[in-house]
Structure formats: C-alpha cells, structure tokens
Design a protein around this ligand. Sequence first.
Ligand code: PLP
Length: 368
Amino acid sequence: MSFIKRLNQKASKSSGWKHWPGLIEAYRELLPVSTNTPIITLQEGGTPLIPVKTISNLIGKGVSVYVKYDGLNPTGSFKDRGMTMAISKAKEEGCEAVICASTGNTSASAAAYARRGGMRAYVLIPDGYVAQGKLAQALVYGAEVLAIKGNFDKALDIVQEISKNYPVTLVNSVNPYRIEGQKTAAFEIIDALGDAPEWLCIPMGNAGNITAYWKGFEEYKNLGKSQTLPRMMGFQAEGSAPLIYNKIIENPETIATAIRIGNPVNKINALNAKTKSKGSFLAVTDEEIIKAYKLLGDQEGIFCEPASAASIAGLLKRKEEVPKNANIVCVLTGNGLKDPDCAINNNDASFHSNLDPSLKTVAKKMGF
Ligand SMILES: *Cc1c(COP(=O)(O)O)cnc(C)c1O
C-alpha cells in the first residue's frame, strides 16, 4: 500500500482529515494515465479557494468573490498542475530530456519535475526579463538555462523546432498533457463551491490556462458534477494584449512578465472558450494591475504575482456588469515571492530605516 493511502486510512480513523495525494491521484479517472504511467508528483493541486471580502465589498450587489490561490503549488505557480502530467507522460514514453520556452514559471516547474523524474531540463528564457525568484528556482532545480536575446515568442519558436529535430520533449502548453493537468483546477473549484461560479476571471499569456479551465468546466458539466458553466472572463496587460486587439504584438511590454507574450500559441482555443461561454476579454493597464496587487496584499493578506493580479484588476474594471449575488472566482496564477523586485518597488508600507537601537526612538517612531 502506498504511503499516502496508509496515511489516509490512519487519518480517516481519527479526524477524518485526508492527506492530499497530488492531482493525478485525486482525479485519476479523468486524466489520460494508466497503471503503466510512472507518476512524477510533488503533491501539487488541492490549492485553497479563499473568499476575499474587500474585493466583494468593492463590487457590492451581494456578490461573493473568491481567489483560487494557485501560487501555493510546489514551485509557486499553476504550471505544476500541467507539469506533473507532462513529465509523467514523458517518463512513460521513455524520454530523457525536456525543453521549454518560459517567462519564468514554466522553467521553474519543468526543471523541478524533470529532475525529480531523472530527466534533463533545458529552458529557454528571455535574457533580463525573468523575475529573480523564478531564475533562482531554475538554477536550484538543476535546469540547463539558455537565456536568449529575444522575447518569449522567439524562444517558443526555437524550442518547437528543436523538439521536432532532436530527442527532447516539448513541455510548453502546446503539449496536450499540460492542458489535461491544468483542467483539474476547474474540478477543484466545483468540488469546493458545489457548482461552477458565474464568472471565472483569469489572466492570459499564452492562453493555455484559460483553455484548460474551460475544458475542465465542460467535462465536469458533462459528467453531471455541475449544473452550469461559467462565463470565461480573460484579461491581458495593455502593452501585451494580442487577444484583445486581435493582432500579434511584436514587442510586448508589461510589468507582469509572466504574461508578456505577443503571439499566444493557444489563441484559437482561448477564443473558442470565450465564444462558447459567452465570455469576454479585456486589457488592464500596469497601473490597474499594481493597484489590485497592493489591495490583495495589504487588505487580504494574499501575495500574488503582478500577472495574477490582472484577474482582480479586470474584475474591478468590469464591476458594473457583474450580476447580482454572483459567485466569482479570480485565478491567482503565481506566488508573489517569485518577483521580489516588483514587491519592493510597489507598496505603500512605512519603512523606517537607520534607527537608533533605543526604546525611546522606536516607541517615538511608532507614534507613542
Ligand atoms: C504562465 C502564467 C500565466 C499565463 O498563463 P497562460 O496559460 O500562458 O495564459 C499567468 N500568470 C502566471 C503567474 C503564469 O506563470
């Protein structure tokens, strides 16, 4: 019997509390795995769905807003959901090396899972545009980092060609197993709420995640596990919004580096999710993103990446259209610790430095 099964048996005898086994075990029958698939897991998924009162109050109308805090995955982003699947399937197929292009989080996740599965991990990143925490992770997880003088879109072109010509498996979100793993976030939301929310608000970069969520919502509904489908509300950063302006952006720019993508590979799937769900896409400015980012931090105790805050910024921008008494879920895709520079440069904290180490000085600074 597996360690986790034994733990669960023990737990259910005492408190009823169960140990989360990782998303492949949790949703095995809804994923393309068999008994022959070696499961490479860090027990990802099972992330909290947290009510955010401040945001609900800003919207009013009896609305309940929740955040799906996927920054609490093992490497700090939702990419782990797709990576446990992609790497497990790569291992099953006998692959020895994987490759990806990344704005940072995919490389961290690919490296962690590939190394755990005994594979090499090659990661192509845009030189100078990856947040510190993400770069640190790729290095510590033993990736072979190739920083190119070009943006994410260029890096993705190169890795697609390399995986066609050399024995390395591509683990970007064109890999269908990534989408399969990521769809489990929609299952978890329905498992928590009892049905789909009215709106799902989500940041879009390469648009794999919105594709995956929509797939998950549709599958659960078809299985009778939910009665409704959400409207898919996607958001991009103003300087990097190919899906809103319906054109390739040659030089995307935004503080939200995780969604700094000008030519999303999952464009068709994202547009399909929008149409089928009667959803809508909108751009938010970097100022709006930072405002939402600070609000989540200092009012809700939730520290996310700037890219993740785009979902909250977008919801607030759409405030007037929100239906009364709706349940709304905003996806927080990554952990704030990934990008300490952004945090240190964008906050309203009071920071008194260079103080005399005396009770009097400290008490005075405290306002006593
Ligand atoms: C990858 C990523 C996104 C964008 O997801 P896509 O699937 O590329 O649309 C958003 N936020 C964070 C933190 C990410 O790592």
